[in-house]
Design a protein around this ligand. Sequence first.
Ligand code: 0GY
Length: 295
Amino acid sequence: MSTGRIVSWHADPSVPRFVPPAGAIDAHCHVFGPMARFPFSARAKYLPEDASAEMLFALRDRLGFARNVIVQASCHGTDNAATLDAIARSQGRARGVAVVDPAISEDDLAALHAGGIRAVRFNFLKRLVDDAPQDKFLDVARRLPAGWHVVIYFEADILAELRGFIDALPVPVVVDHMGRPDVAQGPHGADMTAFRALLGSRPDIWFKATCPDRLDMRRAGAGGDPWDGFATAVAPLVADYPDRALWGTDWPHPNMEQAIPDDGHLVDMIPRIAPTAELQHKLLIANPEALYWAD
Ligand code: 0GY
């Protein structure tokens, strides 16, 4: 019987051929529920099946990773209990990114820090959130605990209008999925050129070289796994900004129920965008450690 809840992850992902370096960090993944303990937000735009911490850690081990950065998904709103519970169960092998009510108190921010949170996420995707108040986001960014950063999620077509906001952020910035460029434009198309201009505007903007499945969807005669367009567009970006790139699975792939990726194939993208051991160490260990395990 259908529950009406979405399953967006692969039931039996392959074991990747690429073996990540010891200690590797999956720096973008989520947990959903379990709903009985951690109900979804009344404002959630999708209703997923449970994707628990235990499932995430089993996938981590299957893929050859050691640690996770768990990003609060929009379906849980500003209640970070599921994310915090997953971090607490990880035995020190997970840290997290929270979504907070802009009116959050200093004490509650300190409690999030104690629970392993090291960043807040500002989501600008209209299909995922009702509002994205830049003035309130800036106020929160000014009050973050020492060492935190902000993670922002936006699509390429609003980068220009977000530039003033991004320029004003007083802490380091991590951009989810490179701000969703159209990778079919190639490494020097309009979207990548605008994103490179953003990276050039200040030295503390990082990016997640993530989501070939979202950015390189199958279309007439092209796209889809093995995501050649993604590799072509993203490898030069990682090569040019090796100290600012992060990588993650995006498991359990929110909203991807029509084009569920094989997580093993996602891992096998890593040597295609970071071909040397040195680049892989930066992408999977040094860079995420600097942001999430500095203390
Ligand atoms: C992602 C992407 C998506 C969803 C969320 O918080 C979320 O619900 O981030 C999306 O639908 O593009 O990074 O998980």
